[in-house]
Design a binder for this molecule. Structure first.
Ligand code: UGA
Length: 437
């Protein structure tokens, strides 16, 4: 099939590359010339395991093209996928200006009947609005159908999520248009959910809101475990083995971040508010999440006192491992709070340092190894559970820090090990190890 993907962010680029891999002829378009220049050289502008190999392979066999030209991208196409960003407005609602601009561009440049598929996360009712825009700007003799097809891939495992996804959701008012999109995905052999457009739009928000709820729920249980002397890891395992609950997304920590959960939960609260529904449950989920990094900081000041002028290390800056993305990262919330407290902060991340620099500027000391970051520090915070951090020899904290006190926001180490090494160790939902022998 001749497919165009508008937007080369995580969702658009991975979708384009994977559709090329399963045999489609794909053009990816973006308004960002620098991104397209890199992509044309076979380089990925984002860090995503496995992406660059597939990109190179499909570009070489000429099933994947990149352009900034709407004329090139939108003429003689069967399917056009909109996968542009929907950033957050000031009031928490989704900003649809990129989606609308893409729709207008498509309408003005399409040369054949086409199916426009919306993959961007958009509030219920947006597909309808896009259809109106397309009809308003397209040539009268051309037909356009709109299909909602939300995306569920995660950063850091996006390729695998695309090839081995749990489901593909297709929302359409036209049976034929939905069938075409179903055929496009057939080689992936993933269960398909067919539904109407509004339900499809809602599935996306409900999925992300539910997963965020699971995280805030387990974080609250962790906070209570700490006070009662229970262990969150055993509790999570004990509840997760119930297949009705499931063992995924029960990892307690300093909270969820990234470009999706924080934005989408707020957008759903806003969407509910628009129809005069007070989504109190989700509001609490957001509140718990905002508070979670601050609790770890509070525990640190309870133990170490005022952090003013203290040398503090922060390990991990991305919002989760295996990505260079620092958007809404709980680790950066910690960094900013530490700076507000007047701490001298040394940071280390295996991949995300360049992106973190854009947010933290020259207010922190950027290190190129864990050793360098923790050397001489009085406290170490862990914000992201990178394998490199999890596998770091814990004896080194004692050896290199001025005062070996580790505040682990992602439960990277076993309590027994930290006890053995006589390190003050405070994690999430587990007993604190306070005694240094
Ligand atoms: C999330 C969803 O998982 C995807 O299905 C969805 O497609 C995507 O948003 C999106 O809407 O585009 P992503 O943001 O890439 O994917 O990352 P996740 O793996 O879901 O992690 C989100 C945050 O939750 C991270 O900060 C992670 O540290 C945190 N998390 C996750 C926990 O704190 N505990 C857990 O048990 C799981």
């Amino acid at each position: 099939m001749k497919v165009t993907v508008a937007g080369t962010g995580y969702v658009g680029l991975v979708t384009g590359v994977c559709l090329a891999e399963i045999g489609h002829e794909v053009i990816c378009i973006d308004i960002n010339e620098e991104k397209i220049r890199l992509l044309k050289q076979g380089k990925s502008p984002i860090y995503e395991p496995g992406l660059e190999e597939l990109l190179e392979k499909n570009a070489k066999r000429r099933s994947l093209y990149f352009t900034t030209s709407p004329k090139e991208a939108y003429s003689e196409r069967e399917v056009i996928i909109i996968a542009v960003g929907t950033p957050e407005n000031r009031d928490g609602s989704a900003n649809l200006s990129y989606v609308e601009a893409a729709a207008k561009d498509i309408a003005e440049h399409m040369t054949d009947h086409v199916i426009v598929t919306i993959k961007s996360t958009v509030p219920v009712g947006t597909n309808h609005r896009v259809k109106e825009l397309l009809n308003q700007y397209k040539a009268p003799h051309l037909q356009v159908k709109v299909v909602s097809n939300p995306e569920f891939l995660r950063e850091g495992s996006a390729i695998q999520d695309t090839f081995k996804g749990d489901r593909i959701v297709i929302g359409s008012a036209c049976q034929h248009a939905g069938d075409v999109i179903e055929t496009m995905y057939k080689p992936l052999n993933i269960p398909i959910v067919r539904t109407d457009i509004k339900s499809s739009e809602m599935i996306k928000y409900a999925s992300n809101a539910f997963l965020a709820t699971k995280i805030s729920f387990i974080n609250e249980i962790a906070n209570i475990c700490e006070k009662l002397g229970a262990n969150i890891e055993d509790v999570a395992r004990g509840i997760g083995l119930d297949s009705r609950i499931g063992d995924k997304f029960l990892q307690a920590g300093i909270g969820y971040g990234g470009s999706c959960f924080p934005k989408d939960t707020k957008a759903l609260v806003q969407l509910a508010g628009n129809v005069k529904h007070d989504f109190e449950l989700l509001e609490s989920v957001i509140k718990v999440n905002n508070h979670q990094p601050l609790l770890l900081l509070q525990k640190a000041t309870d133990i170490a006192g005022d952090l003013y002028r203290k040398k503090v290390a922060l390990l991990g800056l991305s919002f989760k491992p295996n990505t260079d993305d620092v958007r809404e990262s709980a680790s950066l919330v910690l960094a900013k709070k530490l700076l507000e407290n007047g701490s001298i902060v040394s940071v280390y991340d295996p991949i995300a340092t360049d992106n973190a620099k854009k947010m933290l500027g020259d207010h922190v000391i950027y290190c190129t190894s864990i050793d360098e970051a923790i050397r001489g520090a009085e406290l170490t915070f862990i914000g992201t559970e990178w394998v490199e951090i999890k596998e770091y020899p814990v004896a080194n904290y004692k050896k290199l820090m001025k005062n070996p006190r580790v505040f682990d926001g992602r439960n990277c180490y076993s309590l027994a090990e930290m006890k053995r090494h006589e390190i003050v160790y405070v994690s999430i939902g587990r007993k604190a190890i306070l005694q240094q022998m």
